[in-house]
Write a protein that binds this ligand. Structure first.
Ligand code: HDE
Length: 678
């Protein structure tokens, strides 16, 4: 065989003979070669040695942060509206479609940790553009803990499990984290977001994403603007309640990963709009007094609106977790012409870190050749050799200038699509110091707190009280209370109350603007695509009512799952329903609403009672059709907000359900349930 007709490895093992890595067909993979049936294994058994050796080396180091993640393929479609600020083709050309791979993650936990822990979420997007790969490596929180990348090892060492016993896993509720953030008060803004509902998203599909730093965009004429990137989920911004997050961490640690994959599988493709806040690049790197180089600050949307520039749709699950989700390597330095960096000291450190960390994690410098990392445009570099080189380069002159390869490769100027940096004046003394504008650590945290609705504030207070309540060192709690006193006296007093400690007083009240965009509670119902309604039924239930309900909500992309005492099929008259969950396998966290089908025989089965009471406590719409007896048996107040009882499944019933689902939670019910649950 010549090199040209060697078959490409397909990775598909179906309908083919099992072989060794050398392609030798194998008759047996269950028994090692032994000296007699009862004898020792023979060293000459090449199959045994290869199989065990490869297995011994199957694991690679997990990411030093963001180890736990889930990803999907999709497409980004540009609106063309960004043409006025950038020459990057994938953003500027109306209707241009660019393939993407998006990885969501938690930050602190190990690769096997639970999805629903309280943490920041990563939102990393690789755009395979025709001008090369662009990575927008963002988070679901628009600010960061630190202003200078040199502090990154510190904040991560403090947040990771404590080094003596390696506990707690995947959470910030411990002394070292609060020790650090109470001493390093520039972290306060990020901490406020992490303790808010943003720290426990309902799903990846309902998270906002932020580029965090200001980027410099360059248009076709060389004009520049500073921008902040925002991803806005079409499904709305929604969160879990704390008890749900805790239950999910045990009952279904893959909660977010499963949700993403199942939504895509069901055709409820998650979508986001990409938007930019555009600010003047006038040499001051600031906007209305906000330092754009300080990654602990936002620019309120009311001040600079987010302008939509394109749409992201995730429509394909990975086929190999390892090859794709684990081996994908994001890098903030993967930029394309028209997108440049700024002097933000956090961004500057990241430009070094990502490429560096992949060398250890992916075992050498050739990881850009891995299929998931490969650009979709031609690559013609002069990088050679190294571990795991897969390209068979031709030519003999991987250097410039050369004459032996005819002077190739040639260089691209701006007119050929080359990445030509915009000249920018840089001067100053070499100093280890921050500008004075980085000093205000409390005004924006105060703005964040005061922009939340009362229920969101209550959640924030509870989160602080929980996390500090898990700390053992009194001085750490007291110091964090002193920090909160600087943010807001009411917040501080409530947390202090919960901890049983005195609240520091005497801090001036800060006059801060309110930014309604910071609240995620909606008053108008949003879309319900991808939402799940659990319907409890038994053989006596009105199964045709379930069919009607399913038809009504399926049109909107929502799903009905039947829960019954046992698996199999339910049959009643001429109606049938497949049982998707039993009372043993169902848990309330999976559903956005829980109903009981009319006619279902009332029971006090504790699993049913728990299902209904949890859904009630977590402020989900619940309901039934028929006399409602079964809800009463479970102790549900039929007059409580968001409890839907109707004679039959009719238009009014399904409309009320869809409206309640679209509002995400029945917030009016909050005061009826104990605060510790929600
Ligand atoms: Fe990262 N970060 N980061 N980070 N980061 C990594 O790169 C780092 C920061 C973010 O799904 C690492 O490949 C430094 C901000 C995401 O694969 C590492 C600093 C933001 C992901 C690294 C930051 C992020 C990472 C670990 C401070 C939001 C997961 C593994 C200067 C804007 C990407 C890896 C994925 C991953 C370094 C701060 C987002 C070590 C030094 C701010 C979403 O290179």
């Amino acid at each position: 065989m010549t090199a040209t007709n060697v078959p490409e490895p397909t990775g598909d093992q179906r309908d083919r003979f099992l072989t060794t890595a050398q392609g030798v067909r194998l008759p047996d993979t269950d028994h090692s070669l032994k000296a007699g049936e009862r004898g020792p294994s023979l060293l000459e058994d090449f199959h045994l040695r290869e199989k065990i050796t490869h297995f011994d080396h199957e694991r690679i180091p997990e990411r030093v942060v963001h180890a736990r993640g889930a990803a999907a393929h999709g497409v980004f479609t540009a609106y063309g509206s960004a043409a006025s600020v950038t020459r990057a083709h994938f953003l500027a050309e109306k209707g241009r479609e660019t393939p993407v791979f998006v990885r969501f993650s938690t930050v602190l936990g190990s690769r096997g940790s639970a999805d629903t822990v309280r943490d920041t979420r990563g939102f990393a997007v690789k755009f395979y553009t025709e001008q090369g790969n662009f990575d927008l490596v963002g988070n679901n929180i628009p600010v960061f803990f630190i202003q200078d990348g040199i502090k990154f090892p510190d904040v991560i060492h403090a947040g990771k499990p404590q080094p003596d016993l390696e506990i707690p896993q995947a959470q910030s509720a411990h002394d070292t984290f609060w020790d650090f953030v109470s001493l390093h008060t520039e972290a306060t803004h990020h901490v406020m977001w992490a303790m808010s509902d943003r720290g426990i998203p309902r799903s990846y599909r309902t998270m906002e994403g932020f580029g965090v730093h200001a980027f410099r965009l360059v248009d076709a004429e060389g004009g520049t603007a500073l921008v902040k990137f925002h991803w806005k989920p079409v499904a709305g911004v929604h969160s879990l309640v704390w008890e749900e997050a805790q239950i999910a961490a045990g009952v279904d640690p893959d909660f977010h990963r499963r949700d993403l994959a199942e939504a895509i599988e069901a055709g409820a493709f998650p979508e986001w709009e990409l938007g930019i806040q555009v600010m003047l690049d006038d040499g001051t790197d600031s906007c209305e007094g906000i330092d754009l180089l300080d990654p602990t600050k936002i620019v309120p949307e009311e001040l600079v609106p987010v302008q939509p520039i394109g749409r992201l749709r995730l429509d394909r699950n990975p086929t190999s977790y390892f090859a794709e989700t684990e081996q994908v390597a994001f890098h903030t330095g993967n930029l394309v012409p028209g997108i440049e960096v700024t002097n933000d000291p956090l961004m500057q450190a990241r430009l070094f870190s990502y490429l560096d960390t992949q060398l250890t994690r992916l075992g050498g410098p050739n990881f850009p050749q891995l299929p998931i990392n490969r650009p979709h445009c031609p690559v013609n570099d002069m990088l050679r050799d190294g571990m795991h080189q897969t390209v068979v380069h031709t030519g003999i002159a991987p250097y410039r200038p050369n004459s032996l390869d005819g002077g190739a490769p040639v260089l691209a100027g701006a007119q050929d699509g080359g990445y030509v940096q915009t000249p920018r004046r840089i001067e100053g003394n070499a100093v280890r110091a921050n500008p004075a504008s980085f000093e205000d650590h409390f005004s924006q945290p105060a703005m964040f707190y005061r922009s939340l609705t009362p229920i969101e504030r209550a959640h924030l207070v509870e989160a602080f009280t929980f996390e500090l309540g898990k700390c053992c060192v009194q001085a750490v709690k007291e110091r964090e209370l002193a920090v909160l006193a600087q943010v807001d006296a009411e917040l501080c007093a409530q947390v202090a109350d919960g901890l049983g400690l005195p609240a520091p007083t005497g801090q001036p009240v800060r006059a801060v603007p309110i930014s309604p965009a910071l609240s995620q509670v909606v008053t108008e119902p949003g879309p319900v695509a991808g939402r799940r309604i659990g319907v409890v039924a038994d053989a006596a239930a009105d199964l045709s009512g379930i069919t009607k309900l399913r038809k009504a909500v399926q049109k909107l992309g929502a799903e009905v799952l039947v829960i019954a005492p046992a698996g199999g099929m339910l049959k009643h008259g001429r109606s049938e329903q497949v049982v998707e969950r039993t009372l043993l396998t169902a848990r309330s966290i999976e559903f956005d609403a829980v109903l009981v089908a009319g006619g279902t025989v009332p029971t006090r089965d504790i699993k049913l009672v728990l299902l209904l009471q949890e859904a009630f406590r977590h402020l989900k719409p619940i309901g039934t059709w028929g006399d409602g007896e079964i809800l009463l048996e479970a102790g549900i107040d039929l007059d409580a907000p968001g409890v839907l009882v109707a004679g039959a499944v009719d238009r009014a019933f399904t409309d009320a359900l869809v409206t309640a689902l679209g509002l995400h939670r029945v917030w009016d019910r909050a005061e009826l349930v104990t605060s510790s649950a929600v």
